[in-house]
Design a protein around this ligand. Sequence first.
Ligand code: GDP
Length: 296
Amino acid sequence: MAFEGLSERLQAALQKLRGKGKVTEADVKAAMREVRLALLEADVNFKVVKEFVDRVRERAVGQEVLKSLTPGQQVIKVVNEELTRLMGGEQSKLTFAQRPPTVIMMVGLQGAGKTTTTGKLARLLKKQNRKPMLVAGDVYRPAAIRQLQVLGEQVGVPVFSMGDKESPVRIAAEGVARAKEEGCDVVLIDTAGRLHIDEAMMEELRKIREEVQPHEILLVVDAMTGQDAVNVAENFHRELGLTGVVLTKLDGDTRGGAALSVKAVTDCPIKFVGMGEKLDSLEPFHPERMASRILG
Ligand code: GDP
């Protein structure tokens, strides 16, 4: 289970405050030391940890908290609110075009779960009564086009492909044109992922972006890779201007660092999380629910 270690440690750190009739500044400081260690151990970016702990401490030693009837509970409430804030506060939803089709570019490194997530997102949109079309733009990974076609069949949405001999820029443009012809209102473009970020990859993604003017550019990253995921997000955001992040594999035993750091480091919201290999395992990301889940 994701966040297991973090959950346990945070709960243990805060448990000591919970039942107390009186909480002193020293109690809060001691608890915050443990919170800090728990977050660092969960692979949360150290700068993010410092700012988080400073904010909580500042709020928690405030008069209205320590002098309240249930100071321990109040401190926990502050931690919950700040965790929620850290992960983006409000739920961040997709932006849809005023005049369809809405164009969504899916980007990410190989193995992150980009193609699978593209299929899952199409399924989710279809359930919301939209008419998505998938566009097979990953021409470099041999099995990607076929994989997208299979996903399209499973989900019941059309897949536009031109094989692997055409340029991804042309495929993207033709795909959007086809979607218009067929009355599809969302176009999901699966782009090529490489093993590492390189200039050629970014250049190609920028060309696709210029060509299709997407309403959303979603980066798919693997939560299991912790701070690497955050670095990848930072890089893509700088190069492309992302509109959102999808964190995959949150069903695994990730320590949670990526989920807690991405928004704070990149200012790019997490819009969805992948909770499994199955097609119905993509969920909108709710910072508040996630914070409550972590704090138990
Ligand atoms: P791509 O190279 O980024 O297109 O990656 P794929 O979509 O092919 O996915 C790589 C692997 O990750 C596949 O085995 C997927 O089933 C798996 N995967 C994707 N999302 C999730 C998720 O949320 N949870 C788990 N457990 N596995 C996932």
